[in-house]
Design a protein around this ligand. Structure first.
Ligand code: PEP
Ligand code: MN
Length: 264
């Protein structure tokens, strides 16, 4: 069902405030984690100012270390929803566990499946039964066929509102970058499938000063949207501070992304 052979026309995903995959550029921005009510309210206003229609923020965090901040859970979801509503935005947030699908569904407009869970088949089946769009992130060692097969688990349950996220993969070259952004994955996926492809330059590169070059690369490669992390005080961020764009840099990135999108 992911294949264009059986479904030649592009899948367009419509949420309350966004149309994804219809030729426009959808901006999704926010902090890596929901840190507090005041903070997500502040970051939502910044995200909106740059033109984002989707507010991101993790309430359940898949941290590499169990001793790192794990997220505010339901309290975080409440703050995220409030911040998005206050700014007329949609919410995207990660669901990590099939047991939480129902809870997260009460608050979010788009489920994010994290890279580490791309082949968590019980989770994929659970979101496949939901009526909410799913942003499926490419696993850090996943081929494009692995990603497309993972998407089939969601579609098989009846949920065809899927977007695929290129967020960088592990390669031999990851000394100066967190991952390697696979720009070619974007047009290749668009040939193979009808689902919109989103670029996440933040997790791909891991350093704020490299995010804008990769964001515009993603747009130039044909991404239907960008998923970008922002923070007003990255040094004190509870997760992924080094890759967060400060508000001013974010606004510049958003401007450049829009300019590149316009010339396509
Ligand atoms: C995130 O979006 O904060 C995240 C954990 O992303 P990924 O699953 O791509 O590492
Ligand atoms: Mn993050």
């Amino acid at each position: 069902q992911a294949s264009r052979l059986f479904h030649p026309e592009d899948t367009v995903i419509k949420t309350a405030h966004s149309v994804i995959g219809a030729g426009g550029l959808t901006l999704m921005a926010g902090p890596c984690s929901v840190e507090s009510r005041a903070h997500i309210l502040k970051m939502a206003a910044v995200a909106k100012k740059g033109g984002a229609t989707v507010l991101r923020g993790g309430a359940f965090k898949p941290r590499t270390s169990p001793y790192s901040f794990q997220g505010l859970e339901e309290e975080g979801l409440q703050y995220l929803r409030e911040a998005a509503d206050q700014n007329g935005m949609d919410v995207i947030t990660e669901v990590m566990d099939d047991e939480h699908v129902e809870l997260v569904a009460k608050y979010t407009d788009i489920f994010q499946i994290g890279a580490r869970n791309m082949q968590n088949f019980s989770l994929l089946k659970a979101v496949g039964k939901a009526q909410i769009p799913v942003a499926l992130k490419r696993g850090m060692s996943a081929t494009l066929d692995d990603l497309l097969n993972a998407s089939e688990y969601i579609a098989a349950g009846g949920n065809q509102q899927i977007m695929l996220v290129e967020r960088g993969i592990r390669t031999f070259a990851n000394k100066y970058t967190r991952n390697t952004f696979d720009a070619a994955a974007i047009p290749v996926l668009q040939q193979l499938t009808h689902y919109p492809v989103i670029a996440d330059p933040s997790h791909a590169v891991g350093h704020w000063d490299l995010v804008t070059p990769l964001a515009v690369t993603g747009v130039a490669a044909g991404a239907a949207g960008l998923l970008v992390e922002i923070h007003d005080d990255p040094e004190h961020a509870l997760s992924d501070g080094p890759q967060a764009l400060k508000p001013g840099k974010y606004l510049t990135m958003a401007q450049h992304a829009k300019e590149v999108h316009q010339v396509l």
